[in-house]
Structure formats: structure tokens, C-alpha cells
Design a protein around this ligand. Structure first.
Ligand code: AMP
Ligand code: MN
Ligand code: MN
Ligand code: MN
Length: 292
């Protein structure tokens, strides 16, 4: 019988709204067999998620969603099957979290200058000592009546040319890839259709990614339309990359994205879990063999 995979999800350790334990329970209830926890720039939820998955007979794939700056844009790269105890990975993530802390204060200062005070404190409080993301700012702004919805906050405050926008200074692509490789994980470009890149720019990203040892792209994502899926399936086939699928679940408050309820990978896609390197750290740490 085929297994149900969901290889992209968030917990309270980053900007999800469920604890790692509650996330695993929700995935189990949704008949997910293999769940990757991929919090933004942190692996803090993995131990708790793994401990809850084991007695349920569910497989928890230790993962991370690394923020990368590439050609003046933010791109997200998933590391799947990483060893959370890898020092090189953790040192890298610490740098990203230090930038996150500074950026949160800077977002607060910029919003204050625009007449909206107290946002840094508000977002910090919601983050409860964990990483601060723009999602926390969005929830604070909605809760204090400054915007109608999270989507509205992003549009009005947190993106380019808006008062609370701070450009990302994340990891370089090659650097992020070196952390994932050192930690024995496979690298997958998250939600590739979401970057609003031209087809040629996306091919350039994919090319550089592959040069750095990247394995796959997320063909099926909670944020991809059917047309996106068809286009990303073609991209994965043409570029010789494996295909992944993940909901990018952040919690039950977003009813459009459900754990494990994903369209199948289109025909001709080779799933990441069929690779010899899947959950095989030793094979991942070896340099990628060039195809003849
Ligand atoms: P950060 O990594 O702190 O810059 O925050 C990025 C996160 O914000 C993403 O992972 C999403 O969860 C969320 N996000 C980004 N854009 C939007 C949007 N337009 N609507 C809702 N959430 C968004
Ligand atoms: Mn997020
Ligand atoms: Mn993302
Ligand atoms: Mn995500």
C-alpha cells in the first residue's frame, strides 16, 4: 500500500500554531505516514515531534526550512533528513536567528516611525522566546485591530515598499547547501512557483542549486495551484531533479491548507523518497555523482 507523505510543516518552534506534539497528532489523525517537520531556521521542535511520532508508528523526518538570499530575493530551501546535532548546521542557523532578532527590532522601529507602535514587543510576546517571524507581526497587527487579516498585513505593511519591510540578509545559496550536506540531508527548493520569478530566472536558480548538490524541488505544495504543479513537474523532469510534496501547514487557522491532503505527484516525477539518498546521511554527505 502506498504511504502518505507530507514533507513540509511548521510548529510553534517557528511560525506554526501547534506544538510539535499537537502537529504530529494532527498529522496522524489525517492519516499521514511520513511527516517532515521543517520549521524556519530552527530544529528546536524535532526532538519532541520525533518522540510523539514513534509510539504512533508514524515516521518523523527531521527537517528545516532555511531562509536564503539569492539575487536580491528570499528563497526557501528545505533540508530533509538532516541530523539536528550537526554543529555546522546549528552554527549556521544561529547566525540566521541572530539576523531574525535584529530584523524584528528593525521592523518594530520602522512600523513605529510610520505611527504604529508596540509591534516589536507584541510580536516578541507571541513568539514566546522562540524565533520571531513576520507571521508573529502579522498576528499581532490583526489582534490589535490594525488589519483585517494576516494576508492584509503582509500586503500593507511587511513587503517591499511598505513601512515595515526590511530586506532579508539570509544565508547564501551555496552556504545553506553546505550546512544541509554536512548534516547529511537532502536539499529541496520549497514552493518554487511562489517566487514570482520568470521561467528563465527559476531555471538559473535550479541550475545553481543543482551545482551546489541540490536534490529536488517541491512540485506539490499547499501554496501551488494545479497549473503550478504541472509547470513544476515539467521543471523537475527537464532539470533532472527529484520531486517532493508538502502542505506547508502552519496550523488549523488556515483552512485552505490541510495536513497530508495533497494532490499526487504528476506522472514522470521521481519522488525524493525513492532516491538512494533518502534518509541515508552517509550517501548524502558523499559528493553527488554526475550523471553520464
Ligand atoms: P519570515 O521568514 O519571518 O520572513 O516570514 C515568512 C513567513 O511569513 C512565511 O513562511 C509565511 O508563513 C508567512 N507569509 C509570507 N507571506 C505571506 C502572505 N502574503 N500571507 C500570509 N502569510 C505569509
Ligand atoms: Mn512560515
Ligand atoms: Mn517557505
Ligand atoms: Mn514553510
Amino acid at each position: 500500500m502506498s504511504q502518505r507523505y507530507d514533507l513540509h510543516s511548521h510548529s510553534l518552534a517557528s511560525d506554526g500554531s501547534l506544538s510539535p506534539a499537537a502537529l504530529v497528532a494532527a498529522a496522524h489523525a489525517a492519516s499521514v505516514d511520513v511527516l517532515a517537520l521543517t520549521d524556519h531556521d530552527t530544529t528546536a521542535g524535532i526532538a519532541a515531534a520525533g518522540a510523539c511520532a514513534r509510539p504512533l508508528g508514524m515516521q518523523l523526518v527531521p527537517g528545516v526550512e532555511i531562509s536564503v538570499s539569492w539575487q536580491n530575493q528570499t528563497v526557501h530551501v528545505l533540508g530533509l533528513g538532516i541530523d539536528p546535532d550537526c554543529r555546522m548546521l546549528q552554527e549556521g542557523l544561529e547566525k540566521l536567528c541572530a539576523f531574525r532578532d535584529w530584523r524584528a527590532e528593525e521592523i518594530g522601529r520602522r512600523l513605529a516611525r510610520a505611527g504604529i507602535g508596540g509591534c516589536y514587543e507584541g510580536a516578541r510576546k507571541l513568539a514566546k522566546g522562540r524565533i520571531v517571524s513576520r507571521t508573529h507581526f502579522a498576528h499581532h497587527l490583526v489582534a490589535t485591530g490594525r488589519a483585517a487579516s494576516v494576508r492584509d498585513v503582509f500586503k500593507r505593511f511587511l513587503v517591499n515598499n511598505r513601512p515595515g519591510h526590511v530586506p532579508g540578509q539570509w544565508a547564501g545559496l551555496e552556504t545553506a547547501m553546505s550546512w544541509i550536506t554536512a548534516a547529511g540531508g537532502m536539499a529541496v527548493i520549497a514552493h518554487p512557483a511562489r517566487y514570482n520569478m520568470t521561467a528563465s530566472k527559476l531555471r538559473r536558480l535550479v541550475g545553481e542549486f543543482r551545482e551546489c548538490g541540490g536534490s529536488g524541488i517541491e512540485v506539490v505544495s499547499g501554496s501551488h495551484t494545479r497549473d503550478n504543479i504541472i509547470a513544476m513537474a515539467a521543471l523537475s523532469r527537464n532539470e533532472g531533479l527529484l520531486a517532493s510534496c508538502g502542505s506547508d501547514y502552519h496550523g488549523p487557522e488556515n483552512p485552505w491548507v490541510r495536513l497530508g491532503e495533497l494532490l499526487s505527484l504528476p506522472a514522470g516525477c521521481r519522488p525524493v523518497w525513492e532516491s538512494d539518498r533518502w534518509l541515508n546521511p552517509a550517501a548524502c554527505r558523499r559528493p553527488v555523482a554526475r550523471q553520464a
